[in-house]
Design a protein around this ligand. Structure first.
Ligand SMILES: Cc1cc2nc3c(=O)[nH]c(=O)nc-3n(C[C@H](O)[C@H](O)[C@H](O)COP(=O)(O)OP(=O)(O)OC[C@H]3O[C@@H](n4cnc5c(N)ncnc54)[C@H](O)[C@@H]3O)c2cc1C
Ligand SMILES: *[C@@H]1O[C@H](CO)[C@@H](O)[C@H](O)[C@H]1NC(C)=O
Ligand SMILES: *[C@@H]1O[C@H](CO)[C@@H](O)[C@H](O)[C@H]1NC(C)=O
Length: 410
C-alpha cells in the first residue's frame, strides 16, 4: 500500500512508524522545514503508553521528561498556596509521571520512523490540491509541482487541517469554541525558578503558568477567558492576525496581572517559539471520505483543556494502522477506515469531555471568586495526601484498559 501523510506531528509520525512496520510505503509531507520543536508539556498516558511501549520508545520518553515535580497554585507574592506533588502510581497531581515536551516527543517519533525503510519525509512541502479521490486512487499535486497517486491520503495536519477543508464538506466539520485563548513560549531560566508547574490565577479571568523544560529554560503559558463581546472580538481578531498583533494584545491585557507577568512579557519578543491560538474542539461526523482519512487533532482535537490531544493522536494512529494492516493486497481501504472509526469513536467521545466548570474555575474574575477556588484547591491538596484517600492512577501496564487490543496483532 502507498500512503501519503500530511503533517509530521504526533499522529503523522506514529502512523508512519506502524505502517512501515506492516510493509506499507509511506511519504510524509510537512509544511515546516524541520520537526517543530514548539509546544508545552503534554501527557503520554494510559493506552498511549502501551502504544509507545510497542514502539520500543519508553526509555526515550522517560529520558526527555520535563523534570516537573508537581503542580502548585501560587499567590500574588509567588508563595505556594496549594501543592500537588507528583506521586508515582497516584493520580494526585495535574503533573503526570510522563510529562514530555510536545516538540521532544515529535522528534523521538520522527527519528524512530525515519530509521525504517519505506518511509520518506518531504519537509517544507504541502499538498497543493487533491485532484481526485475515487475507487482506484487518490491523486494529489504537491507544492513543489509534482503530481502523485496513492492508495490512501491521511490528514494528520492538526487542528486547522487543510486537507480536511479540501476533502470534507463544511457541514460535516464542527469547530466548537471553548471560549478561551492561549499563548505559549519559551523563557530563559533564572536561578530563582523551580521545577514545578506554577499556576497563578490572575484576576479578571487571566491565568499565567510556568513549567520547567529539560533544556535549561522554562515554558510560559497565558490563557484568557474573555468576559464580554468587546474582549472576545479583540482576542478573536488577534488569533487571526500575526505574531506582532498577538504579542501586543498579550502585553496590554496581562501587563497588570501581577506575579511574574512583567518578566515573562519582557521575554516574549526574544522567544523562538511564540504560539497563540483560539482553543477549539474539532468534531467531524465522518472521519473518512473514500480514500482520504483524518487522524489526531485534524479529526478530533479535544483541546488542551482535556490533556487528551496527544494520547488520542497516538492511539488513533495506532488503530488506523492496525486496521489498514488487515486489508488484502490491493483492497480498497473503506473497510479499514470504517473499522477505525467505529472502534475508536467511543474513546474520542470520552476524551473530548471537558468538565464544564474548568475554564471558569481557572479564570476567576474577582478576588472573591479566586479566594473561593484557592480554598477548595488547598482543601483538595490536603485530602489527596491522606493515606487511603489518595486515588491510584490507572495501571500503566494497561491491565485495566478498555481498549480492544486483542483485535489486532500489531
Ligand atoms: C507548534 C505546536 C505547538 C503545540 N503546543 C501544544 C501545547 O503546548 N499543549 C498542547 O496540549 N498541545 C499543543 N499542540 C497540539 C498537540 O500537538 C496536539 O493536540 C496533539 O499532539 C495531536 O497531534 P497531531 O499530530 O494531531 O497534530 P499537531 O501536533 O498539531 O501536528 C500537525 C503537524 O502538521 C503540520 N502541518 C500543518 N499544516 C500542514 C500542511 N498544510 N501541510 C503539511 N503539514 C502541515 C504541522 O506543522 C505539524 O507538524 C501544539 C501543536 C503544534 C503544531
Ligand atoms: C528525567 O530527566 C532527568 C534530567 O533530564 C534525568 O536525570 C532523569 O533520570 C529522568 N527521569 C527518568 C525516570 O528517566
Ligand atoms: C463515512 O464515509 C464513508 C465513505 O465516504 C462511508 O463508507 C461510511 O459509511 C461513512 N460513515 C458514516 C458513519 O457515515
Amino acid at each position: 500500500m502507498r500512503v501519503l501523510i500530511s503533517g509530521a506531528g504526533i499522529a503523522g509520525n506514529t502512523l508512519a512508524w506502524f505502517l512501515a512496520k506492516t510493509g506499507a510505503r509511506v511519504v510524509i509531507v510537512e509544511k515546516s522545514q524541520s520537526i517543530l520543536p514548539h509546544g508545552q508539556s503534554v501527557d503520554v498516558k494510559d493506552d498511549a503508553l502501551t502504544v509507545i511501549k510497542k514502539m520500543g520508545l519508553m526509555d526515550q520518553v522517560l529520558r526527555f521528561n520535563t523534570t516537573e515535580q508537581g503542580t502548585q497554585f501560587i499567590g500574588d507574592k509567588g508563595q505556594p498556596l496549594a501543592r500537588f506533588p507528583l506521586r508515582k502510581g497516584y493520580a494526585s497531581s495535574p503533573t503526570s509521571e510522563f510529562e514530555i515536551l510536545r516538540g521532544d516527543l515529535a522528534m523521538i517519533l520522527h527519528e524512530a520512523a525515519s530509521r525504517l525503510s519505506g518511509v520518506e519525509y518531504m519537509f517544507g512541502t504541502t499538498i497543493q490540491d487533491v485532484i481526485s479521490n475515487d475507487d482506484d486512487t487518490v491523486k494529489v499535486s504537491l507544492s513543489n509541482g509534482e503530481v502523485h497517486e496513492f492508495d490512501l491520503l491521511v490528514a494528520a495536519d492538526g487542528q486547522w487541517s487543510k486537507i480536511r477543508k479540501q476533502c470534507f464538506p463544511a457541514k460535516d466539520v464542527n469547530a466548537v469554541d471553548v471560549g478561551m485563548y492561549a499563548a505559549y513560549y519559551t523563557v530563559p531560566r533564572l536561578p530563582s525558578d523551580n521545577d514545578w508547574w506554577n499556576v497563578y490565577l490572575g484576576l479578571g479571568s487571566r491565568l499565567i503558568s510556568t513549567r520547567p523544560d529539560p533544556h535549561g529554560n522554562i515554558r510560559a503559558m497565558f490563557t484568557r477567558v474573555p468576559r464580554c463581546k468587546v474582549q472576545e472580538n479583540m482576542w478573536l481578531e488577534a488569533s487571526r492576525s500575526g505574531r506582532g498583533e498577538q504579542g501586543e494584545l498579550l502585553r496590554k491585557e496581562f501587563a497588570d496581572a501581577g506575579w511574574q507577568a512583567s518578566r515573562l512579557l519582557d521575554a516574549m519578543d526574544q522567544a523562538p517559539d511564540f504560539y497563540f491560538h483560539r482553543i477549539q474542539q474539532i468534531k467531524m461526523s465522518n472521519w473518512s471520505n473514500s480514500r482520504v482519512v483524518c487522524v489526531g487533532d485534524a479529526a478530533y482535537c479535544p483541546s488542551p483543556l482535556t490533556g487528551e490531544g496527544t494520547p488520542l493522536a497516538i492511539t488513533g494512529a495506532y488503530v488506523l494502522a492496525a486496521e489498514l494492516s488487515k486489508l488484502d493486497e490491493g483492497e480498497h481501504p473503506a473497510k479499514a477506515l470504517e473499522a477505525y472509526e467505529s472502534t475508536f469513536r467511543p474513546f474520542v467521545d470520552e476524551g473530548q469531555k471537558i468538565p464544564s466548570i474548568l475554564p471558569a474555575m481557572m479564570h476567576p474574575e474577582s478576588s472573591w471568586a479566586r479566594y473561593f477556588y484557592h480554598t477548595i484547591l488547598w482543601a483538595l491538596s490536603r485530602v489527596l495526601v491522606v493515606p487511603g484517600l489518595a486515588i491510584k492512577s490507572s495501571d500503566i501496564d494497561g491491565h485495566d484498559s478498555k481498549f480492544p487490543w486483542s483485535k489486532w496483532d500489531l
